[in-house]
Design a binder for this molecule. Structure first.
Ligand SMILES: [Zn+2]
Length: 366
């Protein structure tokens, strides 16, 4: 006879995993009855099974576990920490003695789950000034440059938005590079030309919908930002800062310059002259999504004490927004598996979860 551990004896399923069931969104206590146990090869070796009284669907305790259908448990935490601290996927795979495909898959799952966590924590009010700018980088090759459009809170350093804009390569090229560029254009066509404008408009609209008092949005003098701002119904005012202004802590764009510095420091794929560059738009967005969660919830705003802000080395950006009351740990965010059917997503978020990038020139598994 197998013996159940205390955590298994007390576990009661939070909802029915069947999206069509009445207990999927709103469950009542005792909606499911125990339905035997199965032996598993991973700890704790026993898995309690359940049967929904309403729809008859069977599920188990593992269904609600982040490591659902994963052979190795507790791998994801290391994968996340290593990836967010400057290690390449290959190095992580070598260090943890798993395949590179496993690392990629875990990062994808983490990124998607982190978006669901964000939905649950939902920021519905913005009451601080915003710094906005694009982080210029590339995916796969220098023929596919791109912008990560980022909106950051100037006081809290909370990252509100990250969206992706592919760019068409411009600037000086050798004759050989021009030929290669023509080849690629003939094969794939050009990237959308007004992506920065479209993405900026989307972000400005999102911010506007959450603003409860008049705030300022600071950006550099990029034409697309100005155009996007003029097309938005605004409760916010727009200030531009010259990109030649000194990039120190007094610069209104400090929060965003600081974040972009951290991208270069902490993401292996964003280091200069790296061979671990991002191979696909989707993987890039997933990585910045994870950095968003890592920065917003897992770390204090600054590592060191700050003389202008006594909480900077203690509070995470999310604590400034009063969404959480402490710096979170891996278990707090990824302790439970969230289901996509519990939340509503807009088009961009659905594309992110489906890995749908129609303009991409590379293939990526779903
Ligand atoms: Zn059910």
């Amino acid at each position: 006879m197998m013996k159940l551990k205390p955590c298994q004896l007390t576990f009661s399923p939070p909802f029915c995993p069947n999206p069509g069931c009445v207990h999927h969104r709103f469950s009542s206590p005792g909606f499911a009855k125990k339905n035997g146990i199965t032996k598993t090869i991973k700890a704790p070796q026993i898995n309690q099974r359940f049967l929904c009284r309403a729809c008859g669907v069977q599920f188990s305790q593992n269904t609600f576990d982040f490591d659902f259908r994963k052979k190795l448990i507790h791998l994801s935490k290391n994968v996340l920490n290593f990836a967010m601290n400057g290690m390449s996927h290959s190095s992580i795979a070598r260090e943890l003695k798993v395949s590179k495909g496993s690392v990629n898959l875990r990062l994808k799952n983490l990124a998607h789950q982190s978006l669901l966590f964000e939905k649950e924590k939902n920021v519905d009010k913005i009451s601080e000034n915003i710094a906005y700018d694009g982080f210029e980088t590339f995916t796969f090759s220098q023929y596919s440059p791109c912008y990560i459009n980022t909106a950051v809170g100037m006081t809290s350093h909370f990252i509100y938005h990250n969206t992706f804009s592919p760019l068409n390569r411009k600037g000086r090229m050798t004759d050989l590079q021009k030929l290669r560029q023509l080849d690629l254009l003939k094969k794939h066509g050009a990237y959308p030309k007004d992506s920065i404008y479209q993405e900026s408009r989307y972000i400005f609209n999102e911010i506007n919908a959450k603003v409860d008092k008049r705030i300022q949005l600071f950006s550099d003098e990029h034409q697309s930002y100005r155009r996007a701002f003029n097309q938005t119904i605004n409760k916010i005012s727009h200030e531009t800062i010259s990109s030649r202004a000194r990039r120190n802590a007094r610069n209104p764009l400090f929060a965003i310059n600081h974040l972009h510095l951290l991208y270069r420091h902490f993401l292996c794929s964003q280091k200069r002259e790296t061979i671990a560059f991002q191979k696909h738009e989707g993987a890039m967005l997933e990585k910045v999504q994870l950095m968003k969660i890592y920065r917003n919830f897992f770390q204090p705003k600054f590592t060191k004490k700050n003389r202008y802000d006594e909480f900077a080395h203690l509070w995470s950006p999310a604590m400034y927004l009063k969404i959480v009351d402490r710096v979170l740990e891996f278990r707090d965010v990824f302790g439970m598996r969230r289901l996509r059917t519990h939340f509503k997503f807009d088009e961009r978020e659905n594309d992110f979860l489906d890995r749908h990038y129609p303009y991409s020139r590379q293939k990526m598994a779903n």
